[in-house]
Design a protein. Structure first.
Length: 154
């Protein structure tokens, strides 16, 4: 049924919880699990070079890369036990666009991601990456919310 599952993370608690679904599905269907993190681009990247000398900018990038690898290891790779059929991808850009682009390029059969379940003004101001992915994806999308979050009818 599934040959490739794309798990998307922003390292939130919601993503960590959704990972259990992605990993269990990958194990159950004996499929490849692709772990994707998108680092949003700075609003004005040219301004970083104005405020930081080149060597400090390079230090910052290396520090961010190290932190990212530590997060991947701690929250995902350490939890895989003997599961070895995975690939880690780190990209930069608009998260929902990169998720859709990656799912098409890698021919993913399923996208798994956490959702924050924002509503009201929060939803209007910040939008929802998960909602955009669900609307634009050409493959099925499994969105997972943390347990205990209750929906209240308006």
């Amino acid at each position: 049924m599934f040959k490739k599952i794309l798990f998307c993370t922003d390292f939130s608690e919601n993503s960590h919880y959704a990972f259990t679904y992605a990993l269990n599905l990958a194990k159950t269907y004996k499929t490849k699990l692709m772990i994707l993190h998108i680092t949003p681009e700075p609003v004005h990247p040219e301004q970083l070079s104005i405020y930081l000398p080149p060597e400090r900018l390079e230090e910052l990038k290396l520090s961010q890369k190290k932190e990212l690898n530590e997060q991947l290891q701690k929250h995902y790779l350490d939890k895989m036990e003997r599961f070895k059929d995975y690939q880690v991808m780190i990209k930069t850009g608009e998260p929902f666009i990169e998720i859709i682009r990656t799912s098409k390029k890698e021919k993913a059969d399923l996208i798994v991601m956490g959702t924050h379940g924002r509503t009201g003004l929060d939803h209007i101001l910040f939008g929802s990456t998960a909602e955009k992915v669900v609307r634009k994806s050409t493959c099925p999308v499994l969105t997972v919310r943390l347990p205990g979050k209750k929906f209240t009818m308006p």
